[in-house]
Write a protein that binds this ligand. Structure first.
Ligand SMILES: C[S@@+](CC[C@H](N)C(=O)[O-])C[C@H]1O[C@@H](n2cnc3c(N)ncnc32)[C@H](O)[C@@H]1O
Length: 206
């Protein structure tokens, strides 16, 4: 089994337990919406939610009139769940079943949003593959927003090890091609009542 098949199986099983059992569930992606607005990304922009899963970010963006939204995830179960929720609005977004590390779309995005996959890239080769996709998929002026576990956050998510970051750590992975625009901290409250410390960052591509 290759790395993408392993990832797909892992995440399909996680979502199979029920969306509201997962630690990352949030009824409203308030921080994402705030960062997107503050970065000046408006409804005409092309957005991709990387590892979007069953996040309600796509619903909220559609409500706000965004017209070019792509949701990418390695889990078919997650994408099917999100499409079912959106029902007759699902066609308004583009759904991509892919591993971000291998994805090479024939277009670019104004906004890359990831509250999902960046901190799972603990292997340097996976990190390089992730950044290669990010760089191939964005252009000068594009914005990239990342939410990762913070240095005082958990060491694992969904049973998988993560790298914990502050803004400087993320900047170091992205390299000089990206300029840090904003950073923030969030205490995420999981459905089971735990508190997880997150680092939020926004970068603009030079
Ligand atoms: C912690 S969940 C976050 C989901 C969503 N962003 C949210 O905020 O609710 C991580 C998500 O990333 C997806 N994922 C994990 N590894 C991936 C990869 N290599 N490529 C694409 N998606 C991936 C999982 O299927 C899952 O939906």
């Amino acid at each position: 089994m290759g790395r993408s098949d392993r990832a797909a199986t892992h995440w399909d099983v996680a979502y199979g337990r029920g969306e509201r059992t997962v630690s990352w569930f949030q009824p409203l992606p308030a921080r994402s919406l705030k960062m997107i607005e503050e970065a000046g990304i408006g409804p005409a922009a092309a957005l991709v939610d990387v590892g979007g899963g069953t996040s309600r970010l796509v619903d909220e963006l559609l409500d706000r009139g965004y017209g070019d939204i792509t949701v990418l995830d390695v889990s078919d179960a997650a994408l099917a769940n999100a499409r079912d929720r959106l029902a007759d609005r699902a066609w308004q977004a583009t759904w991509v079943l892919a591993d971000v590390r291998d994805w090479r779309p024939d277009r670019r995005f104004d906004l890359w949003h990831d509250r999902a996959t960046f901190h799972f890239q603990v292997d340097p080769a996976d990190r390089d593959a992730y950044v290669a996709t990010l760089d191939a998929t964005t252009g000068t002026g594009s914005v990239a927003i990342f939410a990762t576990f913070a240095p005082d956050g958990p060491s694992h998510c969904s049973g998988l090890p993560v790298t914990r970051y502050d803004s400087a750590g993320i900047a170091a992975v992205l390299g000089n091609g990206w300029r840090l625009m904003a950073s923030d901290h969030e205490d995420h409250h999981t459905p089971s009542g735990a508190v997880q410390s997150f680092t939020w960052t926004a970068f603009r591509k030079r």
